[in-house]
Design a binder for this molecule. Structure first.
Ligand code: ZN
Length: 64
């Protein structure tokens, strides 16, 4: 469960990121390993103040 950093409201999680750039989405890659996609980020939105929070659901690849 994620709470808003600003107003501490429970956020709506697990939303997809959509960047309309010729169908290309945002991808998070590991530093120094070009092209190694870690995971597509998810977004949580606060219904109270509209704060948006990016996060990655599966952090296993980052830890390795
Ligand atoms: Zn908020």
């Amino acid at each position: 469960m994620r709470t808003c950093l600003r107003c501490n409201t429970m956020m709506i999680e697990d939303l997809d990121v959509k960047v309309d750039m010729q169908g290309y989405g945002i991808k998070i890659t590991k530093k120094g390993v070009f092209g190694d996609t870690v995971k597509k980020p998810k977004v949580a939105v606060c219904p109270q103040c509209g704060e948006i929070s990016f996060y990655i659901g599966d952090l296993d690849k980052l830890k390795g």
